[in-house]
Design a protein around this ligand. Sequence first.
Ligand SMILES: Nc1nc2c(ncn2[C@@H]2O[C@H](COP(=O)(O)OP(=O)(O)OP(=O)(O)O)[C@@H](O)[C@H]2O)c(=O)[nH]1
Ligand SMILES: [Mg+2]
Length: 818
Amino acid sequence: MRTQRAVRAAASTDAVNWSMRSCASRPRFLCLNAQSWGLGNGAARSTEKQRYFSQSRVVRAGAAEAVLKQAAADPSSLTQDKIVANLDPLERERLSKLRNIGIAAHIDSGKTTVTERVLFYTGRINAIHEVRGKDAVGAKMDSMELEREKGITIQSAATFCDWVKAENGKEEKYHINLIDTPGHIDFTIEVERALRVLDGAVMILCAVSGVQSQTITVDRQMKRYNIPRLSFINKMDRMGANPFKAVDQINQKLRFPAAAIQVPIGGEDTFQGVVDLVRMRAIYNDGPKGEIIRETDIIPDEVKSLAEERRAMLIETLADVDDEIAEIFLDERTPTPEQIKAAIRRATISLKFTPVLMGSALADKSVQPMLDAVCDYLPNPSEVENLALDQRRAEMPVKLVSYNSLPFVGLAFKLEESNYGQLTYIRVYQGTLKKGLNVFNARTGKKVKVPRIVRMHSNEMEDVPEIGAGEICALFGVDCASGDTFTDGGLPYSMSSMYVPDPVISLSIKPKDNKDAANFSKAMNRFQREDPTFRVHVDTESSETIISGMGELHLDIYVERMRREYKVEVETGQPQVAYRETITQKVKFDHTLKKQTGGAGDFARVAGYMEPLELEENGYAASTFKEAVVGGSVSDKFLFACEKGFLASCEKGPLIGHPVLGSHMVINDGATHMTDSSEMAFKNATQQAFRKAFKEAKPQVLEPLMKTTITAPNEFQGNIVGLLNKRNAIINDTEIGPEDFTLLADCSLNAMFGFSSQLRAATQGKGEFGMEFSHYSPAPGQLQYVFGPPNVCFIWLTLPRKELIAKYEKAQADRNKK
Ligand SMILES: Nc1nc2c(ncn2[C@@H]2O[C@H](COP(=O)(O)OP(=O)(O)OP(=O)(O)O)[C@@H](O)[C@H]2O)c(=O)[nH]1
Ligand SMILES: [Mg+2]
């Protein structure tokens, strides 16, 4: 479609000003693009349909197959360079112009606003609408009604666009698949799964606040998936904007070598544009929406020395991370712009460096140079190492090779229910995915035919017949779970899935009206399938449906979606913290289960000890079981039953019925009866021994501690510190900016319920806060009943029972009465 539109527009085109560049949506320039992309392979003439795959047919099968063999047999010796070298020239051309990128950052840093500009400048949308803009339309990527109302992104949204990059009078078209992710920590799974499948990212920072605590989270996620990144300092128009503070913070707080590759011309409300330090050219945005880029060699006098100084710093930083620049630097020579550019690209892709750009999306300034940088410095799919596990060879890692001609391997990274059935987002790592192809789900072994392939543009879609290696698309009619690997059945590969954090908060929920039960369970099923951090279970004792998630907002959103999308009004209980239980000292046990009730009896004896596990770097580890019985007094079959009993006990701890962490049980002795012993008897005996030993081992209730960040105007600092003190929070750091201050604290999740409304009241609605799970820590004394050593037990028993345990015991007693 787009190419045709371009060709039609050609007839009315007149002269082209080479010094100016405008967005691809403007027909005048599209005409130029269509005629002179000069890819040298006829790609400019190809139809949309052809673009997806026709180039991939070219044979070179022998070389490709040899690479595939090496990828399986000896992946470490197969370099990305070799993969690229053996690419079919047409495929190499296609891949070199393809970028899969994510936009990830702190909440409200402007990700969706930047993405809106990207879509406009690339011609995907015809008008810019702001997040919570006055026209009440809302940004394209925030398509959900709730997102538009609240002005935050809840679900990541995928889109694609073509960016025409002009350099030295030559234009080249790049195809960019882009995912805009949410910043709120409650929706962090959206960031995880986007980063799992993308090749590069743009990390956005606020020019005023710089690196915020959540930037650190996003940084960790990018490091987890080895994602090369650009940094874009947005909001350069805001009062107090200081991009170089943010650059220093990336270096120091994120410990990631970074240097500005631009400096601002003007700042705050006089921000006009940037100087590109690589080419030493000033770049301005003209036109009502900044769609025309004006570049000149004339650098304003007032920024000349800053530009020189920052260019020197860029070269120095590159010299630290790149050998070629290091050599030039040591010889006291000055690298050429081409050498600098190549070094930035090498260092960025090898995760040693992040180039820092700056601009203001809201003021329509300097977004296009960021797109140029995406093309220049972020890797194309063939340059990124992707591994799969070979199921037939004990999960040996194998390399995936982004050739269209090889057997298909793809990963389903996100599911969405739509009016047409399940929509499955897939990243194709190897081979070609075609409509009508039979694909195999590596987890279930099921074969399914692909009925429909689409490319997503936020909530709209475009049908395509096939998708080549390195691309992202969505499928209809393929039933699977998030994280499943698909192959064409020829390769026994599966890919590791993404990191899914555990929920920290839960609440009971039921429909107000019983007639809504069917819709209620439909909604629950859907939400659970779409979001691995949203869990639903029925409490066996209370028969209540319990939903668990990453925070209050996360659960609120689902309750609200249930009301809007499924017309189900629900009643919810008080939010409950996901507590854990543990022990703090070693105890021995020797327990015999003996029952004689006529007929065959029950007999099992288990002996050993329980002890606390050492704290790991991330806090309490999962509980473990070990059998160390010598002399065969208990058979393997029964010991297996003991382990089952232990695991069941750990699911519901004796103190308050929450899972048990950090406890190790060893069974080293026992006894069996000829006729009365059974697996069930050993399982029960272990559970009884566990309960007894657990209570003697000074158990503790653990509660989630949350890393909390609060930002508000400076005048409210006193109020907020007061609020936090009341909650026994530990304040770790305070940063005071020109207008706002940011406070970092560790708070117990339990103490933070209802905090948002109090913060609003204390700051006239101007304060914001975010929380992220940090680790488990012993709950404060008033919440838990600490079991004392046996000799002081009577004192403890006379004390009032502590809140949590008393509540749990009362609920148990009430239930038993019924
Ligand atoms: N002054 C100024 N404000 C901006 C700029 N870019 C975005 N904003 C504003 O910042 C707010 C948040 O913008 P969004 O684009 O929704 O931010 P986001 O990062 O997508 O937010 P989440 O997806 O909820 O994490 C909006 O009110 C924007 O208008 C900018 O360059 N300058
Ligand atoms: Mg957003």
